[in-house]
Design a binder for this molecule. Structure first.
Ligand code: SF4
Length: 387
């Protein structure tokens, strides 16, 4: 059974709504210091151009808040409405100030007020001291966010859990959930609900487990906060893409996830194309034509790679092409079955000719590749025109 998308509240971030029935949004983050105002503006414009819907910037000191505001002002003057998120670690004061200038503030539950370095074992009293300290600063932060109607992402990272949480619950998904729950209880005390949660790890399996556990617990409590997905520090190249696809994709298939970021050690713009492919691959959003193509084998009697490339180019020119789903199959083994799931399928015959199928019906039999391309373009256009 295909999982339905988990029911979540809608949380507004600038002009983008996360959760509810809204599209799963794509985020990215600039990778230069915020004081480089010009560079950040340039990166954000590029990200916006390639489809990034929410952008995050690191704010590492109080001066950074001013740079953040300046970048925002320049972007708005350029008519770039992209929601801007301030990413804050280690400082409740910076987080509080960021609420004034950002659409959303991302905090890290593990280091908001707890120290990552220092004692690694805690008596019950010492645990409570850490919790009370967090409650004081977080309570103030949530109250201000509520007054300003801003949203907050409570980020739980496997690699930066508060030591007192690790001591009590181990380096586990349970510790990640308990860390989130502790923050949520503090938000509930001041009736702050504009919350998005994330449970990230560089290990895809741990990230998947933490999100599944958290969503199970949240649903049990009747709480429906949107979830931000991501595999942290996934690296670069194919491996990073595959790891992100496993982590993010598995959860999307479970129906979990309302917004996502693919973290790559590459130009930020590269994250967007990967995010789009993950979303489309999971059937969560549609960005382009969908092709089903067999890998070919000894039964293939035509140059399937060239045909696939040519079809992508030819059909891609049609208006509304992104709505098409085309199957390109080497032979009859899986051809008719896959054709059923596509708008059209082309299937090779042993004599090197091709046939076009719609549903399970052959509509054109044994023609040359040139003829196939011509006819397929025509029938696809008719389909897109609603004829
Ligand atoms: S569909 Fe036919 S040609 Fe393609 S891989 Fe399967 S058996 Fe081989």
């Amino acid at each position: 059974m295909i999982a339905k998308r988990r029911q979540t509240n809608e949380v507004v971030v600038g002009h983008v709504a996360i959760g509810g029935n809204n599209d799963i949004s794509i985020q990215s983050m600039t990778n230069i210091p915020t004081k480089n105002v010009e560079g950040n503006v340039r990166q954000i414009c590029e990200l916006f151009e390639c489809g990034c819907e929410i952008v995050r910037l690191a704010v590492t000191d109080l001066e950074g808040v001013k740079f953040f505001a300046e970048i925002r002002k320049i972007l708005r003057a350029k008519d770039i409405p992209i929601p801007m998120v301030a990413d804050v670690h280690f400082s409740p004061a910076i987080a509080l100030n960021c609420l004034e200038v950002a659409d959303k503030v991302r905090i890290n539950a593990g280091n908001f007020s707890d120290k990552l370095m220092g004692p690694q074992s805690f008596s019950d009293d010492e645990f409570l001291v850490g919790k009370n300290k967090l409650q004081k600063s977080l309570g103030k932060f949530f109250r201000r966010a509520k007054d300003l109607k801003k949203s907050v992402r409570i980020g739980i990272n496997h690699g930066s859990l508060a030591p007192r949480m690790v001591y009590k619950f181990g380096h586990t998904d349970v510790a990640m959930w308990e860390s989130a729950k502790e923050c949520l209880e503090m938000a509930w005390e001041v009736k702050f609900e504009n919350i998005i949660l994330s449970f990230k790890a560089s290990d895809a399996k741990k990230m998947i487990a933490a999100n599944r556990l958290a969503c199970f617990k949240l649903d049990e409590m009747g709480k429906h906060y949107p979830i931000h997905l991501g595999v942290t520090e996934s690296g670069s190249g194919d491996y990073a893409r595959i790891k992100s696809a496993i982590g993010i994709g598995s959860l999307l298939v479970d129906g979990i996830g309302d917004t996502l970021r693919v973290s790559l050690t590459e130009d930020p713009g590269r994250e967007i194309e990967v995010a789009k492919n993950i979303l489309q691959g999971c059937g969560a959003r549609r960005y382009g034509m969908e092709f089903i193509a067999c890998p070919s084998c000894g039964r293939t009697s035509y140059d399937i790679q060239s045909v696939l490339g040519e079809l992508k180019m030819q059909l891609g020119k049609l208006t509304g092409a992104k709505n098409l789903k085309i199957a390109v199959m080497g032979c009859m083994v899986n051809g008719p079955g896959e054709a059923e799931d596509a708008d059209f399928a082309i299937i090779g015959s042993p004599n090197g000719t091709l046939s076009i199928y719609q549903n399970r019906n052959c509509i054109v039999k044994n023609v040359s590749w040139e003829e196939t391309c011509k006819i397929l373009t025509k029938v696809c256009q008719l389909k897109l025109d609603g004829a």
